[in-house]
Write a protein that binds this ligand. Structure first.
Ligand SMILES: [Ca+2]
Ligand SMILES: [Ca+2]
Ligand SMILES: [Ca+2]
Length: 277
């Protein structure tokens, strides 16, 4: 279910993002790791520490968390965009992903958490049309209505990596939802990457990986390390989450709709030059 480019595994959302899947493997890089913003929905405990396996399949959350909030001058890796923000992790993709699991994750502590960043969704196989179930839909609605003191929870969503399969992000009911702020990717040259899905629900793009030889995203990784190869729209959503955190730091009174308006009208993110591919 998570987006992953590196395995070319499109029947299981490839590419990574997430405040989900266990962010916090390296506390030294996240001095503000926030227990109130963290939970393990898969194992029903308070510690979202990723389960290590031979292929490091649970690394996405740690990679995404570093993009958002890795501390400044950490001497190991890149700095997070909102390095002063507190960040938590929700482990939820490392097991059966049910409507209830999604809803639990998306409604975690909505008076404490301002921004939820997600890089997962329906299969990117070019033939799946799916979206949030009844409980997840209710989590979105209650989040934007009552979250953040009534100003509305901010749900940042990766637009998906199914470009090669001609997948269309309008067929992904999570990124296509009006309650999510949908983010796609631009290569280092500002071009549309090979995995990009073009659709009307995408509001903005941020940098991420491109083709062979192009730079990828540098961020924290499992095993107390730093990677230079974080990829796909999963790497773009957390960059947007970090930018939105800075916007909220400047003005905490903005509603969830204000933020979508600011992104759309003022073009605060890096936008893409359209290139035929
Ligand atoms: Ca746990
Ligand atoms: Ca898709
Ligand atoms: Ca959306």
């Amino acid at each position: 279910m998570e987006y992953s480019l590196e395995f070319r595994h499109f029947n299981a959302y490839t590419i990574e993002s997430e405040i989900f899947k266990g962010f916090i493997s390296h506390l030294f890089c996240f001095p503000f790791q926030d227990p109130q913003a963290s939970y393990d929905v898969n194992s029903h405990d308070d510690d979202p520490m990723p389960h290590y396996d031979i292929s490091d399949s649970n690394r996405h959350g740690t990679r995404c968390a570093g993009e958002v909030a890795a501390t400044a001058n950490n001497s190991l890796c890149a700095v997070g965009i909102a390095f002063g923000a507190s960040v938590g992790g929700v482990r939820m993709l490392d097991g059966d992903v049910t409507d209830a699991v999604e809803a639990r994750s998306l409604s975690l502590n909505p008076q404490h958490i301002d921004i939820y960043s997600a890089s997962w969704g329906p299969d990117d196989d070019g033939k799946t049309v799916d979206g949030p179930g009844e409980l997840a839909t209710r989590a979105f609605i209650e989040g934007v209505k009552y979250g953040r003191g009534g100003k509305g929870s901010i749900f940042i969503w990766a637009s998906g990596n199914g470009g090669r399969e001609h997948d269309n992000c309008n067929c992904d009911g999570y990124t296509n939802s009006i309650w999510t702020l949908s983010i796609s990717s631009a290569t280092e040259e500002g071009a549309v990457p090979w995995y990009s899905e073009m659709c009307s629900s995408t509001l903005a793009t941020t940098y991420s990986s491109g083709g062979q030889g192009e730079k990828q995203i540098v961020t924290t990784d499992l095993h107390h390390s730093c990677t230079t190869s974080h990829t796909g729209t999963s790497a773009s959503a957390p960059l947007a989450a970090g930018i939105v955190a800075l916007v909220l730091e400047a003005n905490r009174n903005l509603t969830w709709r204000d933020l979508q308006h600011i992104v759309y009208v003022n073009d605060i993110f890096i936008t893409c030059r359209v290139v035929e591919h």
